[in-house]
Ligand binder design. Sequence first.
Ligand code: AMP
Length: 584
Amino acid sequence: MASEKEIKEIYENGMNILEDLTNNVQEIQEQVLEEILKSNAGTEYLSRFFPNGEADNQSFKTNVPIITYEDIKPYIDRIANGETSSILLAYRIIQFLLSTGTSGGQPKLIPMTAESFEKRMSDLLLSDLVTRKCFSGSDEGKSLYLYFIKPEMETPSGLKASFFTTFYFKTESFKNGLAKFFTSPIDTILCLDNKQSMFCQLLTGLLQRDEVVRFGSTFASVLARTIKFLEDYWRELCCNIRTGYISDWIIDPGCKNAMSLILTRPNPELADSIQQICEDKSWEGIIVKLWPNIKYIHCIITGSMSQYVSLLEFYGGGIPLVSPIYNSSESSFGINLKPLSKPFDVSYTFLPNTAYFEFLPVGKDGEGKTQETWTDDEPVDLANVKLGRYYEVVVTTLAGLYRYRVGDVLKVTGFRNKSPQFQFVERRNVVLSIDVDKTTEEDLSKAIMKAKLILEPLGIMLTTCSSYADTSLTPGRYVLFWELKMKGRNDLPKLDAKIMEQCCCIVEESFDFTYKSHRKGGAISALELRVVKHGTFDELMDFYVSKGVSVAQYKPPSCLKSEEAVKILNSGMVGKFFSPKTMF
Ligand code: AMP
C-alpha cells in the first residue's frame, strides 16, 4: 500500500514526476509491457499464445487476442471458486473489484493486486496535487466529500469482492492520508446505511461550514442526490444543530459515536443562519451560500455525468466544477491536468506507467456517428494516436487483463508533452436499438443537450434523464424519461404541450440519417417523452443500489434494459408527449 513516505514524495515531487511520465511515453509503455510479460507470460492464460516460449513485446501484439470480459470470465470464475490465481497472473490477488458494468446481470469481478492498487493511488494523488495547485489557499481548509460504501462479498475461494471505493475508504492509506482533510469522520463514511451516512456527513459539513474549501464526491450523480437530500432534510439538520442532539433514527454505532464528538452543544446561531439560507425561495448558489469558502466542486462530470452539469452550475452558483480523473475497476487511465477546463472541454492525460494501453480506431460516418469497432483493425500504441481521431481503449495490466476492451470510446484532443489527452465520448455498448437503427449514448446526449435549451429560458431545469426502446408495439419507438423541476424550487413546472413536443422534434431532428429514414418510412414510431416528477430518479438509484450497486460508483443508465427500471420511472410519470406523427 502507498506508504506515508510515498504519498509525501508525490506531493513534493509530483510535478516533476508528471513531466517525466509525459515526456517518455513510448519508453515507459515498452517497459510496462516487458514487465507484465516477464512476470505473467508463464500463466496458463498467456502461455498458450507463446508456443515457443518467446514472450517479447512484438509477439504479444501478434499472438495475443483482443478480448472482452466474457473471454476472461472462465479464468476469473475458476479463481473465485478456489483455483490458484497463478492461472492468470503472477502477483497475489488481494481481492476482486466489482465493476458497475455488468456481465449477464452480475457485476464483473476484476482482480486487484497490491501493486495495481498503488498505481491507482499514485494517479489519485497526482490528480489531487494538480487540482490543489490550481486553487490557492485550497490546501488549508477541509473537504466536504460525500463518500459511501457497500458491503463486501466473499467468493467461494474466500477472496473478498467489493467496489474500489469501498476498498479504498477502508485502507490505512485513506484513513491516514486524504481522510484527514475531510469534514466527514471516517465512521460516517464507513456506515453501511447510506441514509444515516448522508445525514451525518452533511451535518458534520454544516457544523464546520467555514472551514470547507472543497465540495465533492466520486461522481456528479452523488452530488445531485446530496442536494435532493439537503432539500428534504435541512430542517431536521438545523434542528440537530440548534438542540445539540442527533436525531433518534441515527442508530449506527459508528455514526452515533462520531457525532457525539462533534455535535457537542446547542448552536442556535449557526442553525439560524443555515435556516435563513435554506428558507430562501431560490436555491441558486446554495452550495456557496452554505459553505462560503468553497473554491471548487470536485467530481466526475464527463460522460453520462454531463447531464448534471447545469444542475451543479446552478446550485454551485458558478464556482468551478473540476472533473479530476478517468478510471475504472480495470485500471486507472488518465487525470485532468487542466482542472479549470469547462465541463464540456475536459480531457484526461493518460499516464504511461499505469498499464499498457492500445487503441482500436473507431470510425465515424459522414454524420459524425460512431461506427462499429473492428478488432481486426490494427490497434495503435499510446504514443501513436492521432489528434482528432476516435479510439476504443484496450488495456493490459499486471493484474491479469491482457488486451482487454474496456468498452469506452475516447477522442484525442491534444497532448501534454508526448502524452495524449482524451475526451470521454461514450460507452460502446450503450445503445438504443430498433431494427437496424442504433442510437448511441453520444447521439442521445447531444440531442438532449440541444432540446433542453428551449426549456432553460422558461426557468425549467432538466435534472436527469434516461431512455429505452419500446418495442412492445410495432413499429417500436424510443422513449425518453426526463425529470424536470423549476430552477431553485421543487415545484413541478407547468408543462406546455407545444413546447414539450418541440423538444421531441429537436431530439428526433438531431438523430442520424438512419433513424430519420426509418422514421419516415414508418419502421420507427414517433419519439415519446415522459416527464417524471422530482425524486423519481432517486428511486431508480435506490433500485440499483438494492441490486448491489454502490452509491459511490452509481452511473445512471442512459438506456434502460430492465423492465423493473422502466416501471419505476413510469410510476413517477406526470405527463407524456410525442413528436408529431408526420414530422419527416
Ligand atoms: P467502474 O468500473 O464501475 O468504476 O466503471 C468504470 C466506467 O465508468 C468507465 O469505464 C467509464 O465508462 C466510466 N467513467 C469512469 N470515469 C469516467 C470519467 N471521468 N468520465 C466519463 N466516464 C467515466
